[in-house]
Design a protein around this ligand. Structure first.
Ligand code: GUN
Length: 278
């Protein structure tokens, strides 16, 4: 059975529209785009489209892909110092010659609406979710809540390895009292762990990694990404899962972009409200 993400997505935008419509000064979101790969361009276009839909101003600065790390660092510094820019995002990934973590480390933590800066990630690790939550981990938790899945007492297996999704989602699950098994591409006999979990969250870029026989009955699968081979989409989870009435699985692709963007708009509004309460 496919989890109905559209209901969650619709609710987020209904609430955003209602709240932003009441504001005299509308929020503004700035974005930096360096690498024009098709995925990042699509993401940025979606961010522009849905910001406009909820009357959030969207300002994009595009840079040449050949920009040096130092030049980008200087740009980030100027964004940090610009009093007219309250918060911004740097669209990831960055070209290979730039160290992404170094750039993230230099975004001012108070302007970091993606919540990627180490100081902000620390807050999550120390159980403080009162500020923001990075966008992809935010909707993963939102989906579980929407499906009335309480992670307390449950085992959750999280498969992949990254600073911007995998680690924050592990923090959020731990905060919510889940028992977490963190797997990665070097985990041996991954089925030993997936078969113990009531919930499996996967973004392994490994087609059909998760097979039906690797799951408990009633398992919920949050499939976050996919691979394109010969123009065909391959999920990380075997699509046969959808046909099993006992299993719940998220559909890819499309919805990942949609929900990540929706959560970014939520963070932008929250940041705007924080600033205007000061
Ligand atoms: N690339 C993929 N997901 C994200 C995200 O949530 N934020 C940014 N800045 N880049 C991304």
């Amino acid at each position: 059975m496919i989890i109905d993400w559209k209901k969650i997505w619709q609710k987020i935008y209904d609430e955003l529209k209602q709240e932003v419509s009441k504001l005299k000064i509308k929020p503004t979101l700035w974005a930096i785009l360096v690498w024009n790969n098709s995925s990042s361009l699509r993401y940025i276009e979606q961010k522009r489209k849905w910001a406009q839909y909820v009357w959030i101003n969207f300002k994009l600065e595009k840079f040449d892909e050949k920009i040096s790390e130092l030049e980008l660092y200087n740009k980030i510094k100027s964004f940090n110092e610009d009093v007219n820019i309250s918060w911004y995002i740097v669209q990831l990934p960055l070209p290979k010659h730039i160290n992404s973590q170094k750039i993230i480390n230099n975004i001012h933590p108070k302007k970091d609406v993606d919540w990627f800066h180490p100081n902000n990630q620390w807050k999550l690790l120390l159980w403080d979710e009162s500020w923001f939550v990075p966008c992809t981990p935010a909707w993963i938790m939102e989906i579980l809540k929407h499906e009335n899945i309480n992670v307390e007492w449950k085992t959750v297996c999280v498969i992949w390895r990254s600073n911007i999704v995998w680690k924050p989602v592990i923090s959020l699950l731990i905060n919510a009292w889940a028992t977490v098994i963190a797997c990665n591409s070097k985990t041996k006999n991954i089925e030993k762990f997936t078969t113990q979990a009531e919930i499996v969250i996967v973004a392994a870029w490994s087609p059909w990694l998760l097979k039906v026989n690797m799951l408990k009955v009633w398992a919920v699968v949050i499939d976050v990404w996919f691979t394109v081979i010969n123009k065909k989409i391959h999920w990380d989870a075997d699509t046969k899962l959808i046909d099993l009435v006992w299993s719940k699985v998220t559909p890819v692709p499309g919805w990942v972009w949609a929900l990540t963007v929706a959560c970014l708009m939520k963070n932008t509004l929250k940041a705007h409200n924080f600033q205007n309460k000061k």
